[in-house]
Design a protein around this ligand. Sequence first.
Ligand code: GTP
Length: 781
Amino acid sequence: MIAAGIKVGGLEEGADGEKKKVVYDDKKKKAGRASKTQQKIDEEKALAEAAERARKQAEAAVAEAAEKERLAKEKAEAEAAAKAAKAEDSVDEDWEQAAASDEDVKDSWDADTDDEAQNKQQTKLPSRTKQQSGSESESESESESESEDEEQSQQRQAEAKRKEEAAKRREEAHQAALAARSADNLRSPICCILGHVDTGKTKLLDKIRQTNVQEGEAGGITQQIGATYFPVEAIKAKTAVVNQDGKFEFKVPGLLIIDTPGHESFSNLRSRGSSLCNIAILVVDIMHGLEPQTLESMRLLRDRKTPFIVALNKIDRLYGWKKIDNNGFRESLALQNKAVQNEFKNRLEQTKVAFAEQGFNSELFYENKSMAKYVSLVPTSAHTGEGIPDMLKLIIQLTQERMVGSLMYLSEVQATVLEVKAIEGFGMTIDVILTNGILREGDRIVLCGVEGAIKTNIRALLTPAPMRELRLKSAYVHNKEVKAALGVKISAPGLEGAIAGSRLLVVGPDDDEEELEDEVEADLASLFSRVSKSGRGVSVQASTLGSLEALLDFLKQCKIPVANVGIGPVYKRDVMQCGTMLEKSPDYAVMLCFDVKVDKEAQQYAEDQGIKIFTADIIYHLFDAFTKHMDELIEKKKEESKLLAVFPCVLAPVAVFNKTSPIVIGVDVVEGQLKLNTPLAAIKTNPTTGVKEIVSIGRVTSIERDHKQIPVCKKGQPSVAIKIEMGGHQPTYGRQLEEKDMLYSMISRASIDCLKEFYRKDVSNDEWQLIIKLKPLFDIH
Ligand SMILES: Nc1nc2c(ncn2[C@@H]2O[C@H](COP(=O)(O)OP(=O)(O)OP(=O)(O)O)[C@@H](O)[C@H]2O)c(=O)[nH]1
């Protein structure tokens, strides 16, 4: 993978100021293992290593065969797909091909050549295949005796069997855990808050928590790590105003709301592309409607298939709104005067239309007859607290009625790293959201790190100390064990380089640790394998696994190819890596950095080398910056290529005013269009040799009609007088040229490519036909 240009930056700066590289390459992994072996001079380890080598050799052979087969299949599929796509292309899109099937169009910067398409297919191959092909070349250089081979092959088989059995046991345990679930034993749903900046996400969160903090932790609301837990009693109290008859039944034990609003935390709570959040609140400012980041949030929610409700926030800003603190929305609305009610209705309708434009049906929550079909809109005010009881009730209702399957308590551990932080007294720690199961002090855990899987033992399970105990020494309480769903801080040795967004697995007594390592590494490897192996593409750098995934998804949609991928701050090394593109494909010597810092030295280096670094906290801003950069480059190239572009034309001279230096003649444009600067030629046959001769006569420097300069003369328009100039010796009418000689715009392969690249919009299909006709005259194939 290193060879493919993939890298990962450390979350923390290494001792040498440079970040470390992830080692997914078996060679390096093995080198690491070998050095350990040497240190320990352990015979058994040496044997195991040999066995490992043999296993990889054998796997490599199998993988190579499988890869070949797969590539062939994928190539065939790609060809079929390309054919189908070709058939669908409009004439306009496929203009040159439509006119001449012998031309291979290299469309725009986002299109692939066949090679690239195939290479892209290759990048989809599981990383394991790549690791194997890496080890293959290594093992090729090593010779082993036959008996060793046999022994190793046995060891390899034994190891594979061990892993297979462990995976089977894990699957059985998983099935047993699933079977033991019950609809009567639900866990607390997990909820995230997303939305555009300044819509009131933080304020809304504060408001939900605050009422209870004021009540002095009554109802048992606990501030957790990265989340707030609301036991059902607290939610009952908070929703009482909209459940006065007590008819609404609560079936979940509570609700866990993730504290950090925004994409980042949502993106990190992922598991193989789907979300670990059961439900999300998308906050929309009722006065502003859907804003760019709202759309980005919707895209994330849709991609992760996460159900959501919409908090239509800031209703108190409707002109003339009379507040009743913490009231149910319906009652509050009923108390407003007609004008306020009308304004509300108007804004509600506008919001619904905007949602419909994005492909979502939406409905005011109490008018929503089908939660499956319509997104519920809950008007709220984070200032007055109005609508918040409705919102909480709706979340509970939606989750406990529609998500029983995913909420049934599962004994098996499901946990995700939300953040990686160094904490005084604890060193590097990870904040984890435990979705299912129980974590215990001392548990052996496996998670993703920048240098491969991290395996360690939980030293401490920390939750914040209750408010009243904050005076005490530590801000944290140590727990022997914690049960889902909750947010917990884990302190453990060796957590440096842990990656936010990673899954966290617990090694059970029946599990095989290596198998679990493979599993967490696969998450990262699958993201890293999404680079374009054509070597052409931008470099991207993101802060976490989740944001990297979101960014890669987005760039894929925008058809921006990616050549390098990294996690963590940008260091000089990353810029240097990106700089390799300066030679290959300078347009792509660009780094798109999402939510990461750029080291000073790296920035300086980039400036010196002419590498663009775009940083943004909002993904689509990166797209805008990149698109602008590309447009500028195209404009620049277009300017530079002005003289190269030759529009096709055929001219019939009607008079010769000046025979040479400069030639001045009167012409009719019989085909195409004559533009200033067009180079012209006559096609003659040498009278003695009978060989065709292309007589170049210079460029058109003036076009005049009725003594007026015009920039262009099109086919069929009245005759024009043109001046043709040439540096050096210009052919002369009456000698090399005759009046009856037709004149042709002097096209070349380069001029055709230039038209295709920059002027496709300006060339009509007829003109392309003309180019096809002119090509043989100028021996262009
Ligand atoms: N009138 C009114 N103002 C609100 C409401 N909710 C939030 N605001 C104000 O809107 C501004 C932004 O609120 P925040 O809670 O910081 O918004 P946010 O979505 O968390 O913003 P970012 O963290 O920047 O994404 C603040 O000035 C809030 O006081 C509301 O319901 N009514």
